[in-house]
Design a protein around this ligand. Structure first.
Ligand SMILES: Cc1cc2nc3c(=O)[nH]c(=O)nc-3n(C[C@H](O)[C@H](O)[C@H](O)COP(=O)(O)OP(=O)(O)OC[C@H]3O[C@@H](n4cnc5c(N)ncnc54)[C@H](O)[C@@H]3O)c2cc1C
Ligand code: SF4
Length: 712
């Protein structure tokens, strides 16, 4: 019996999948891919019903990829379909389409374990896309017990829907609860004047402003609001679209493609690390999981002592954090509001005697839908879209959505006197459906604030010939992996508030400040199926128990080898952005320990068995088997790694050779060009970074205003 009566069904929204299907695969490639899909989906619930649809959607998805990605995927299909591939893997020169099911499984599996990195990459690309598409389809949802959009089905579990008002004595710092007890209604907030979307721009435009802010995420939105409220004339550019309310359809695949960078396919070139970043007004905060954590004091000390950050010690930042938390309505989650999945962290840690706690989240009127990762339909999430972007616009800032900054041009010679020299930002107005340039937009301004995130910002600087030194290097990304426990009860890790608890037992030890922590992800079926290891029957057996899956993620504070840059961003001559990342030996050891600890935490909750994300699946049923995890390979693509915390690629520092920005966030040597996003962070934060980035942007913006008022 639903706890809240569902509203009448609404017709499916016109998302990206509603557009006419496109085809780019040749008939041979389609036939080969169909055989690959059959192999990957062997035994998968509802696979026989969805196969035609999966092939059509795959073709359509490939058609909308950038040309280099299309080329690589088509090449992989040609290769797997070739007689040579079969000869090498199964000993007979028979095309994949004519192999029997067992031989197909052997060949595809051999690619996943191959010593040749390109074959492992191709295996992962085909495996992940196929699973994501299949488990995104309603037929598979019904078969695995996934309920889909909350607004269509109503709340069904005690941890879903508007929570009861807080009881007296609940651990919140004011009387206003996270949940107001509202209904599952979709507010229809009008788009504010001052926000222009790409399709409304019908001619090339040239603007002037005091400041251009590029990117509207945790850094850019805060900076824009502070500058606009101080009286500066601000133009904001955002490559992604403006979405609100009912635009957020709670359909995983459609929303991933619309709201995530590269349609959710952003990753290192070898696909060994998937990078989750937002691409919409509000940036990653539009799709993030809400936990608000202050930068640990000891990390701020390290930043001061080793990277020269001034005025950002714990005591300096305390009032900034207070202000940010008030402005984003951050509230500690009360004990009776956690989802079943989050309870596993608290209960397991208690059983083991480990440190764990609830966190604060930035929400107001939350109906605990579990869809934070796909945009909040109820305007409850207090991300940038609901807070600093409207504040900036209310203070006079002009926001252009679907507009990508391509290049920053330095227009005036530096005199060292007066205002910073003028710059021109060259931007493209994008067609949201095709990604093609419709019009151009240029803005002249003395101040430019690059806030495109830790991939977008270094790429923009490199395209503008303003790279070099630390720009694009020193990527830190809290390398993350998951550990799934199978329980004898319903967990439904997609339901309820996604991330409200954390286990911090191993974050910092007497031996090292570079440890790990454990949290919960919202496990919707596409994400869950891609995360689950393997393919075919073994994979299908895991997904059949979807409702009983409890999911933890482990996040490692990477960078223990402080002088080693683990990864970076490089724009090639042809404009393609290359991403790379490798675990250093120390970080790999920490990741390994984190997987063992998360498995112990699952077992402490009574999990019947526990599975890791290793490509050769590791499944254990008792703590006696933990050695199997310790021995499993962490080489690229031998374990599923991802990151929602890509940072550090223009890190703050005193030395231009090893950093991208001065301690004030200004690009070394370019007066008036500031960086205000996660790329500034000198090291991994050791906690989820949104509050740190907001605080840093707030401090830097206040310093910019001070300089502006002084005529500089
Ligand atoms: C799925 C997910 C869950 C997360 N959960 C949490 C959490 O619970 N707690 C937490 O603390 N952190 C969380 N994070 C991380 C947090 O949201 C990010 O660290 C933070 O938003 C990064 O801020 P930013 O300003 O660096 O970049 P972003 O917020 O990513 O914003 C950058 C914006 O710039 C735009 N852009 C890029 N290049 C250009 C260009 N050339 N022109 C115009 N626009 C451009 C992008 O489209 C994007 O919208 C999560 C992130 C993700 C992806
Ligand atoms: S904040 Fe997240 S959980 Fe709460 S209503 Fe919005 S999307 Fe749902």
């Amino acid at each position: 019996m639903p706890l809240t009566a569902p509203p009448p069904p609404v017709p499916p929204a016109a998302g990206p999948t509603a557009a006419p299907r496109q085809r780019v695969l040749s008939s041979t490639q389609r036939a080969t891919y169909r055989a690959v899909a059959e192999c990957v989906l062997t035994g998968a619930p509802a696979a026989t019903e969805t196969l035609d649809e999966v092939v059509a959607l795959f073709d359509d998805r490939v058609a909308r990829m950038p040309s280099w990605q299309q080329r690589e995927l088509r090449l992989a299909i040609d290769l797997i379909g070739s007689r040579a591939a079969a000869l090498l893997a199964v000993g007979r020169p028979t095309p994949f389409t004519r192999l029997d099911a067992a031989a197909r499984t052997r060949l595809f599996g051999a690619w996943g374990r191959s010593r040749v990195p390109q074959l492992r990459t191709a295996h992962q690309a085909l495996r992940r896309l196929t699973l994501a598409i299949h488990y995104g389809l309603p037929a598979s949802h019904a078969a695995i017990g996934y309920g889909g959009p909350l607004y269509l089905r109503g709340a069904q579990h005690p941890w879903e829907g508007p929570a009861a008002p807080l009881t007296a004595g609940a651990p919140v710092d004011d009387a206003e609860p996270i949940q107001r007890g509202g209904a599952l209604v979709t507010p229809s907030t009008p788009r504010p004047r001052g926000v222009t979307i790409g399709s409304e721009i019908t001619a090339d435009l040239a603007l002037e402003a005091d400041a251009v802010v590029i990117g509207t995420g945790a850094g850019g939105a805060v900076a824009a609001a502070r500058l606009a409220e101080a009286g500066l004339d601000v133009v904001m550019l955002e490559e992604g679209g403006w979405y609100r309310g009912a635009d957020f359809t709670e359909r995983e695949v459609e929303m991933t493609e619309a709201l995530y960078a590269d349609g959710g396919l952003r990753s290192t070139d070898d696909l060994s690390v998937t990078m989750l970043q937002g691409r919409a007004v509000g940036g990653s905060t539009t799709i993030n999981w809400l936990i608000m954590l202050r930068t640990p004091d000891w990390v701020l000390d390290e930043w001061k002592d080793e990277h020269g950050l001034e005025g950002m010690r714990a005591a300096d930042l305390a009032p900034v954090f207070d202000r940010i938390e008030a402005e984003t309505h951050a509230r500690l989650v009360p004990d009776d509001a956690h989802s079943a999945n989050n309870r596993l962290i608290l209960d397991g840690a208690k059983a083991l005697g480990w440190a764990a706690r609830a966190g604060a989240i930035n929400a107001r009127g939350c109906v605990r839908s579990g869809f934070c990762g796909y945009g909040c339909r109820y305007d409850a999430k207090q991300g940038m879209l609901q807070t600093y972007v409207p504040r900036a616009v209310a203070a006079g800032a002009r926001l252009y959505a679907d507009v990508r900054a391509d290049r920053i041009e330095l227009r005036e010679r530096e005199t060292g006197q007066g205002r910073a020299p003028r710059k021109r930002v060259h931007a493209s107005v994008l067609d949201r459906a095709t990604g093609r340039t419709r019009r151009t937009l240029t803005i002249d301004a003395p101040l430019v604030i690059a806030a495109g995130g830790a991939v977008g910002t270094p790429a923009l600087l490199q395209r503008s010939a303003l790279g070099g030194g630390g720009v694009g290097a020193w990527m830190r990304l809290h390398p993350t992996t998951a550990v799934i426990g199978f329980h004898d009860r319903t967990i439904l890790a997609n339901t309820g508030m996604p991330l409200t608890t954390l286990c911090t037992e191993f974050l910092r030890t007497p031996a090292s400040d570079y440890g790990f922590w454990i949290e919960c992800p919202p496990l919707h079926p596409s994400l869950g199926s891609v995360a689950a290891p393997g393919f075919g029957e073994a994979h299908a057996a895991l997904l059949r128990r979807f409702p009983q899956m409890g999911a933890f993620i482990t996040l490692t504070r990477d960078g223990a080898e402080r002088r080693v840059s683990s990864g970076g961003v490089r724009v090639a001559r042809n404009g393609r952005t290359h991403l790379h990342y490798r675990l250093t030996p120390s970080d790999a050891a920490t990741v390994r320990r984190s997987i063992v600890a998360a498995a112990e935490l699952q077992l402490a909750n009574g999990a019947q068995h526990v599975t890791t994300l290793h490509t050769r699946p590791v499944t254990i049923a008792s703590s006696r088997d933990l050695r199997a995890i310790e021995q499993a390979s962490l080489a690229p693509n031998d374990v599923g790694l991802f990151s929602a915390h890509v940072n550090g690629t223009c890190r703050i520092g005193r030395d231009p050779a090893t950093s991208g920005a001065t301690p004030d966030g200004e690009r070394h040597g370019v007066r008036g060009l500031f960086i205000c996003d996660g790329s500034l962070l000198p090291t991994g934060v050791g906690v989820n970074p949104q509050e740190t980035i907001m605080a840093m942007a707030s401090v830097i913006a206040d310093r910019i205003v001070e300089r502006w008022r002084a005529g500089r």
